[in-house]
Design a protein around this ligand. Structure first.
Ligand code: IFM
Length: 590
């Protein structure tokens, strides 16, 4: 089948061979074509107990594939057919073995993660998540990233969202940094699209697109969504216009990668520029409130997409402040230590002027504070909205059931949260908020949270563990596991939920395993659930490969190998600093 995408004019050649163990059993065959589909129908006559084995082999070539010598359709057809004929000669069993060997060598054996649990599906879900993470990441080409539905469906039209930067990147950063780097290169190339979006909105710097496709495209998020139950008209989707935290999400992923890998080449030539350019966007985005003598970020959608046009969404403001303060630190550091990179970036981005703006505005950027009950307000108006008892909706396993009774305007005016918002803020910036604030806010927001986005549950797992609510965390983990692997047959109709699969690794390793990168430092504080005997995983830290083996009583960090002789790895646990030398191992009692 040869097809061309309607807007970007990319040619696709897809070939399939049906290989039969005995072609003489085929009575007749016919090709059928329907919209975007091509089928071949076969009729057989099989006697009782007689069988036929059918193998289906396919390949796909596109005119943007880098490894093709020529990009013409004729050339692609000939390569595609030759490769397929060659593969069919080798046979399905051979190809299967080759594939299994590659999985074994590159994924399962290199970075094993083993959970000893009373429930074997804990391990199964983790393997399932890792399988998808590896098949859907375009590690061969930085011009693409992971789509919100991976490769398994047409939901979100293959677009990339913050799902990659916040929910999937941690897995790759900590285990396959070379793949993480490709995902970040996509963001670097996407600066051109981000500049377009900022300019269109009269801002400066890089305003990343809420949904993105080809790096240089502008915003591609849809404008209209499902029918409104009250008006009967399509609901406007505001994310592409005012869900702006994506710019600091990208910078956050960049900084975590630099902290975990110390990849200076990336930092100098791609990473710092993204941190600066997003901070440049934020400083141009801030609005001065003369009455209160402070800068605000008004009229946004935060991670909770059931609250539109809100002012001072805590997640947005805090993450923007983090973005600006990180840019200030990087500016000061490279100005002192690496004048060559500084001069290049200063010239390109006009950093001296922007630095003055960062320094002037950051101290006055409004950061919402917890109220007298220690609840951090999600935004300026959330806590004064009407409260609806969500129990009947929360009992329902389907998502979006609220919209059978209310439209988005009505939901907007009630204390109903679609997905982790304040809770995610606590997970990403845990040092800023006291345990008391995190606990009170957890108790307040949880009954108001619908988990109507698949990004929600795993974030809740991680914070529940941090708050010492292990059995609640394990229950939430059971639900998170079921998002794609569960019994609800329709849940993955539009494709799997890529971020939630990243979230499975986050729940296991960052949550129960207690592995975090905080302020540039590695921290390990395991809290295994009572259902688990042990958790074993491997990570990369500054080029060193570490094996971490955890039980409920203790944990051991073993330094397996490194590119640098005499390397020492430092990590924190419960406020204590530890060091482990190359080939060494350290056991710490809990
Ligand atoms: O990016 C998410 C968003 O946060 C909630 N709705 C689904 C999107 C794609 O997964």
């Amino acid at each position: 089948m040869v097809s061309t995408t309607a807007q970007s004019r990319i040619d696709f050649v897809q070939s399939t061979i049906h290989d039969f163990s005995d072609r003489s059993l085929i009575d007749k065959a016919r090709i059928e074509i329907s919209r975007r589909q091509i089928h071949k129908l076969y009729w057989f006559h099989l006697k009782s107990n007689q069988s036929i084995k059918i193998s289906k082999l396919s390949n796909v070539y596109t005119s943007i594939d880098r490894d093709l010598n020529q990009k013409t359709v004729e050339y692609m057809i000939s390569v595609s057919a030759n490769v397929l004929n060659f593969d069919v000669q080798k046979g399905f069993d051979y190809l299967l073995k080759k594939s299994a060997l590659a999985w074994e060598e590159k994924v399962w054996r290199d970075f094993p993660i083993e959970i000893k649990s009373i429930d074997f599906t804990d391990q199964l879900a983790l393997n399932f998540a890792r399988y998808h993470l590896h098949i859907m990441v375009p590690k061969h080409d930085g011009r693409m990233s992971i789509a919100a539905k991976g490769l398994s469906g047409e939901g979100y039209k293959g677009h990339t969202a913050w799902d990659t930067d916040i929910f999937m990147l941690p897995y790759f950063t900590m285990t396959y940094p070379e793949i993480a780097r490709k995902l970040l290169t996509y963001r670097y190339l996407g600066l051109s699209g981000a500049h377009k979006k900022a300019a269109l909105n009269h801002y400066q710097g890089a305003q990343y697109r809420w949904e993105s496709a080809w790096p240089s495209n502008g915003e591609v998020a849809p404008v209209w969504g499902a029918a409104d139950i009250v008006t009967g008209k399509p609901t406007k989707i505001w994310s592409g216009f005012i869900e702006q935290h994506i710019s600091s999400d990208v910078a956050f992923g960049v900084k975590q990668y630099i902290d975990a890998t110390s990849d200076l080449r990336f930092a100098k030539f791609e990473g710092y520029e993204m941190i600066f350019d997003t901070a440049k966007f934020w400083v141009s985005r801030l609005e001065y409130n003369a009455v209160k003598d402070r800068y605000e970020i008004n009229n946004v959608v935060g991670p909770d997409e059931y609250k539109e046009h809100v002012n001072n969404n805590a997640f947005t403001n805090y993450s923007a402040a983090w973005n600006i303060s990180t840019a200030i630190k990087v500016y000061e550091k490279i100005k002192q230590q690496d004048s060559k990179s500084f001069d290049r970036l200063n010239k390109k981005l006009g950093l001296d002027k922007t630095y003055r703006q960062w320094k002037e505005k950051l101290p006055k950027l409004y950061l919402p504070k917890a109220n007298k009950d220690k609840i951090l307000p999600q935004d300026d108006s959330y806590l004064s909205k009407k409260i609806l008892d969500l129990t009947p909706y929360l009992k329902d396993d389907a998502v979006g059931t609220l919209f059978h009774d209310y439209n988005l305007d009505q939901v907007n005016n009630m204390q109903i949260t679609k997905q982790a918002d304040v809770i995610l803020l606590f997970c990403l910036f845990e040092n800023i908020f006291s345990l008391g604030i995190q606990e009170a806010s957890w108790d307040y927001y949880l009954p108001k949270t619908m988990h109507d986005s698949s990004l929600s549950l795993s974030t809740h797992v991680v914070l529940a563990v941090d708050l010492g609510r292990n059995s609640e965390a394990y229950q939430l983990f059971q639900k998170a596991k079921n998002i794609d692997l569960g019994p609800y047959m329709n849940s993955s109709n539009d494709g799997i939920h890529a971020a939630s699969l990243g979230g499975i690794w986050n729940s296991v390793v960052e949550g129960f395993g207690g592995l975090r990168v905080i302020d540039g430092k590695l921290r390990i504080e395991p809290h295994l659930p009572k259902e688990w005997d042990s958790l074993d995983y491997r990570i990369n830290w500054h080029g060193a490969r570490l094996q971490i083996s955890e039980t409920k009583e203790d944990f051991t960090v073993t330094f397996l190998n490194s590119n640098h002789l005499n390397q020492i790895v430092e990590f924190m646990s419960k406020g204590q600093k530890y060091q482990v030398k190359a080939k060494g191992s350290l056991r710490i009692k809990l």
